[in-house]
Design a protein around this ligand. Structure first.
Ligand SMILES: Nc1ncnc2c1ncn2[C@@H]1O[C@H](COP(=O)(O)OP(=O)(O)O)[C@@H](O)[C@H]1O
Ligand SMILES: [Mg+2]
Length: 240
């Protein structure tokens, strides 16, 4: 599973070219991305590792069109996502990309089922269909008995699974997961990663997974490291 399959298409699904991003601060400006380039082919599951503060979340936000770089381009299927007309990015984020955020961002007043349904309803999916899809995904991630629970009534691992189901509800071609196993214990983390890999194999969706875990990264098709504002491939031999 660790080697790239020869059947994977060579045309990148998502490609970032020479991204620069600077945050203004009260002191010196912070040059978080300094010429970051990165690409992922359809059907790949790749890991992004790097120290805390290295810019992993910033990179993911650019790939998903949540934030703009100061310079550089992001192409989705060859299309420059920041050079399209008004409304493109909203549609892109809703239809083509799924996010699993570091902080989950689940809505606390709504049940697991409702949280998963929301992106589908925003995308104008019929309510009955949205419900069926959300139920099916929650069953797939092992939460058949937690559909009506609110986030406060779920464990960390369960919450993370709801966030994953929500990220997948619109069948995105690209799923961006920001430390999806960050708050989980060893076993829950392993089982969530196995689930991601299974989903990648079954549905052929493309996954970019930010992780601190070398063990998690070792299960990916490829691993990239963020350092000094750049992204470089990381040799699997160095991952234990
Ligand atoms: N909106 C922002 N304004 C100012 N600084 C930010 C902002 N977002 C992130 N940063 C800083 O940029 C650096 C990279 O952040 P981030 O991409 O979240 O890193 P990582 O995900 O690798 O831990 C961090 O030092 C963080 O404090
Ligand atoms: Mg982060």
């Amino acid at each position: 599973m660790n080697d790239k399959s020869s059947s994977l298409s060579k045309e990148p699904l998502i490609r970032a070219v020479d991204l620069h991003k600077t945050y203004a601060t009260r002191g010196e400006p912070l040059h978080v991305l300094q010429g970051a380039s990165f690409e992922v082919c359809p059907g790949e599951i790749v890991g992004v590792v790097g120290a805390s503060g290295a810019g992993k979340s910033t990179l993911l936000h650019m790939l998903g069109g949540l934030d703009r770089p100061n310079s550089g381009k992001v192409y989705f299927r060859g299309q420059d996502i920041f050079a399209q007309k008004n409304g493109f990015l909203e549609a892109f984020r809703n239809r083509h990309v799924g996010f699993v955020f570091q902080s989950f961002n689940l809505l606390s007043d709504f049940t697991a089922l409702e949280n998963v349904m929301f992106p589908a309803l925003i995308g104008n999916t019929d309510k009955k269909l949205a419900r069926e899809k959300a139920e099916s995904l929650l069953c797939q991630v092992g939460l058949r008995d937690r559909l009506e629970h609110r986030p406060a009534e779920l464990s960390g691992g369960e919450t993370q699974r709801v966030a994953l189901a929500r990220g997948l509800v619109n069948d995105p071609e690209l799923l961006l997961a920001d430390e999806p196993t960050g708050n989980l214990d060893y076993r829950a983390s392993d089982s969530l990663m196995d689930l991601l890999i299974q989903l990648n194999q079954d549905a052929g969706q493309t996954f970019v997974v930010v992780t601190h875990s070398q063990k998690v990264a070792a299960k990916m098709h490829a691993v990239y490291q963020m350092f000094d504002g750049k992204v470089t491939p990381r040799e699997k031999e160095f991952i234990i």
